[in-house]
Write a protein that binds this ligand. Structure first.
Ligand code: FES
Length: 161
């Protein structure tokens, strides 16, 4: 007997996922494209969506979960309108990145790994993002800020309201 999808997805989300899966079915690397589009549409790739995609495509859920957790562009939780990433790689760390990170936490009122209740900010600490010459570095969505001190943070965050 075919397995039925018991999940908490709304019918609207389920229909969006079905369209995405159908659009990419049979294509090489289709799972990456399906997950990319799911992330874009929903803003994250929740467990229920992964399970739905696994059942629809026949790709094992463990494989899908492995992809979602491996690539930083996928998120398991809803992401805020502004995604702030603070690098804690070695080059940034030795240039006081921890103090920069703590100032961001104070300013936006959430800890690294959290999303603000109003959905405005998500904040994560990252490994090296490949801009060590600018250490310490943060990014906000596609914008990059480098050679920071904690005192720069308030003015930068103010731009993202
Ligand atoms: S260590 Fe921060 S950009 Fe490389």
């Amino acid at each position: 007997m075919a397995e039925t999808v018991q999940d908490n997805l709304t019918s609207e989300v389920r229909s969006q996922l079905k369209q995405i899966v159908d659009k990419h079915s049979g294509q090489k690397e289709s799972i990456i494209m399906i997950l990319n589009e799911t992330q874009e549409k929903l803003g994250y790739v929740p467990y229920e969506a992964q399970r739905y995609i696994a059942l629809e495509t026949g790709i094992p859920l463990a494989e899908i979960y492995g992809i979602v957790t491996f690539y930083s562009r996928f998120s398991l939780k809803p992401v805020g309108k502004y995604k702030i990433s603070s690098c804690l790689g070695t080059a940034c760390y030795v240039k006081n990145a921890q103090a920069v990170l703590e100032r961001i936490e104070e300013k936006v009122g959430i800890k690294a790994g959290e999303t603000s209740a109003d959905g405005k900010y998500s904040f994560v600490a990252t490994r090296c993002i490949g801009a060590c010459g600018l250490a310490p570095v943060i990014t906000i969505n596609e914008d990059v800020y480098g050679r920071l001190t904690p005192d720069d943070i308030d003015g930068i965050i103010e731009k993202y309201k």
